[in-house]
Each structure stands twice: as C-alpha cells, then as structure tokens.
Design a protein. Structure first.
Length: 408
C-alpha cells in the first residue's frame, strides 16, 4: 500500500542553518544580539532596546528581574547552552531531567526553558496546570525533531500496520522528538526513550512485539540495535520521501528494527578520521562519543554514552587522563574548564555549537523575564490536551519500565 502523502525532499531549515555559528577558534563569548544577528538564520524579532545591550547590562537586568520574580520563576538550562545563558539556570541537565525538575517546583508559576522547542513541550506535558512554560527564542527548534513531521510519521505507522498487522510492531521515539510523535507512541502502545536507556527500552519493545519502529534518530536506533546483538541486515531505514519508505513488503516483514531517516546535525559532524588524528596526537587518549554519532564513529570510539554519562566519565576519571569527546562544543568546553587536571578536547577542530541552542541569547532571556514583570507571557509553549495526554502515556511507560534506574 502506498504512503498517503509524499513530499518533495527538503531538509529542515534548522538543518540548513546549522553551520552558521561554526568557526575555527573556540571563542564562543556572546556579543550584543545586534551583532549576532548577522548570522543568516531565523532570529525572532524583539524590541530594539535589547539589541545593543552588552554583557554587563544584560547581567544587571536579568539579575534584577530574577530577584523581582522570586520563587514564581524557575529557569532551566540544557547542557548545550552557552555559558552566558546557563549561568542563570536553577538547574542544568538533559531535557527530561529538567522537565521533571520543573514540574516538581510547585511554587513556580513560570518555567523558562533555555533549550529547544521539543524540550519546552516536554516540560509543558509534565508541568502542573498552574504553570506556564516559556522558550526565550521561539525559533529555537531542533533539526532532528523537524525531520519527523507528524503527517509523515502517521503515514509511516499506518503503512507498517497495514503490512504487518496490529500488534506486530511497537513505536519507540527518542526524547528528541515533538509532542505529536510522543503522542503517536503513547496511543499506539509505544514508549519514549533517552540516549541512556535506549537499549533497555528497545529490549522492552521486543517484549511487546516482534519489531520496533525507532524515531527520529537513525543513528541512535542503529547503535542501540547493534548493542542488543541485532544483525545490521535486520535493521532497515524508512525514507519518508519515498512510497512505503523506500522498502518492499518483504524487507519490512524480515526486519527487526525499522529506523526513521533522521539525524543530529551536531553529532553527525564527527568522523573516524578525527578519532585517528586524536590517537596520533595522544596515544593514551580516551575517545568517548554520543550514540547519536554514526555507527562507524561509535564503533571506532573507546566509549559511547549519553550526555550525563559523558560528564560522569570525564569527571570521575583520574587526574592526567586525556579525553577526546564527540558531542556539543559548549559541553566539551565546560568539561575542560571543570577538570583542570585533565586534557579534554573536542574531536572536531571546527567549533560548531548547536545552532538552535545557540540562538538563546541573553538578550532574549532578559526580554522574556522583563515581560513577565509587566504581566505579559511571551513565547509560551502549550501542548493541546489530547496530545499532552497521549504523550504523557508514552513518558509514563518509560518511567514504569525504568523504575529501578535513573532515566537521564
């Protein structure tokens, strides 16, 4: 049966914009927003008074707003945020950890999520009815999440059920997906996973059905399948731009894991040649990469793990050890500064911060806070009640399936 809708193959705008902040030096210090707006990406327009404020002025105004708002506000900062933003966070962490923390702060009326859109959606799903979630820059999206448009994912699911029958496949979505994709998994008996618990939850998926549909990151899905001992010939790729994902019915029937075609623009920059270069430079180097990297890179590395696992490995490593890290540059630089007795560096010599995270400039944070003081809620992220209920089912299944361990 042919897919119901086929689109012209187009990369998400967030993917096309990824290289705009790349540079050869490692100076990522914030400049006035007016200067940063020279980058050719989609910036949200804000009042002109914020465009030329320097770091000292922004710091003073954010501090004053924080004091005035008190316990009514909680600020969350994802690990990939720039230093000039994350220093204002009440908690730093991965997206799910932050969303859980926000929901536990019952005094807070407002949650400012310094991250990207899907993270703010997750916070809204888990937040209390009296809480409102705000994203400082409404254009801070995620290219990976954007690679799984809702209609395409629904068509894929319908096609797979038509071929395989009800109950023959279970959907699993990575946390880095839209609320609508989480909701699809929730109402279809599926689950959400993190990069840390993906192996455990893919194994859970095989307890529910013979096959797994994994969205939206093909690399995390492939690396997880291999970790579970599934042969690569049993892992196929669904291309949403082709009828039936570009697969035959026989390929679908013989597959164990069907991967959605999607990836992270940050983690697919890493190459095995970079690992080879690191080993030539430091023969005793420990190479650790995120499982969103390609299969070849993960296989060539010494270790792979989630952001929290990378932090733990480097932090607990002995003094004098050398670490080449394959993940977002702001986190790598923070690890280097926090571990002065160790050598910590990025595998990629070209400094490319996550371009969607990076557009959370302190000026946007100032603007959103000062609008709250005026009684105006700007950039609120609100998931509709039906989507929220279905997505929460998938998230709750994750919590239930990993009740005896940390889900970060």
């Amino acid at each position: 049966m042919a897919s119901k809708t086929l689109r012209t193959p187009l990369l998400p705008v967030t993917e096309l914009e990824h290289s705009e902040f790349c540079r050869l030096d490692d100076d990522l210090a914030a400049r006035p927003l007016a200067e940063e707006m020279a980058a050719h990406i989609r910036w949200q327009e804000i009042p002109p008074e914020y465009l030329h404020l320097d770091a000292r002025q922004l710091d003073q105004r954010i501090g004053a707003a924080r004091t005035a708002l008190g316990n009514r506000l909680v600020v969350l900062g994802h690990h990939y945020q720039r230093e000039e933003v994350i220093k204002y966070a009440d908690l730093q962490g991965d997206s799910f950890k932050l969303a859980q923390h926000a929901a536990s702060q019952e005094e807070a009326e407002y949650i400012i999520f310094c991250g990207v859109h899907f993270m703010a959606e997750t916070a809204d799903i888990l937040s209390k009815p009296h809480q409102q979630v705000l994203l400082p820059n409404i254009n801070a999206g995620c290219s990976m999440a954007d690679m799984a448009p809702t209609d395409d994912a629904l068509d894929c699911w319908d096609d797979l059920v038509n071929v395989l029958g009800e109950g023959a496949i279970v959907p699993i979505t990575y946390m880095n997906s839209t609320a609508a994709i989480k909701a699809l998994c929730g109402r279809s008996g599926g689950i959400v996973c993190t990069s840390s618990n993906a192996p455990e939850l893919m194994a859970w998926g095989f307890e529910q059905a013979e096959r797994v549909l994994f969205l939206p990151d093909e690399h995390l899905g492939r690396n997880t399948a291999v970790k579970l001992g599934i042969p690569l010939e049993k892992v196929v790729l669904w291309n949403p731009f082709k009828p039936m994902g570009g697969l035959t019915e026989e390929q679908i029937l013989e597959a164990k894991v069907i991967l959605w075609r999607g990836h992270c623009a940050v983690h697919t920059r890493f190459r095995t040649a970079q690992i080879d270069a690191a080993r030539q430079r430091f023969p005793d180097v420990n190479v650790m990469v995120h499982p969103e990297c390609t299969h070849e890179v993960v296989q060539a590395a010494d270790l792979n793990g989630s952001t929290e696992q990378i932090i733990k490995a480097v932090t607990e490593a002995p003094s004098g050890s050398v670490w080449a890290i394959g993940t977002e540059i702001n986190l790598v630089q923070r690890l280097a500064l926090g571990n002065p007795g160790k050598t910590v560096f990025s595998l990629d010599s070209v400094v490319c911060p996550c371009s969607t995270m990076y557009r959370i400039h302190p000026a946007y944070l100032t603007w959103v806070m000062e609008e709250l003081l005026k009684g105006n809620v700007v950039n609120r992220i609100e998931v509709d009640s039906e989507t929220k209920a279905d997505a929460k089912l998938a998230l709750q299944r994750m919590l239930d399936a990993t009740a005896d361990r940390n889900t970060d």
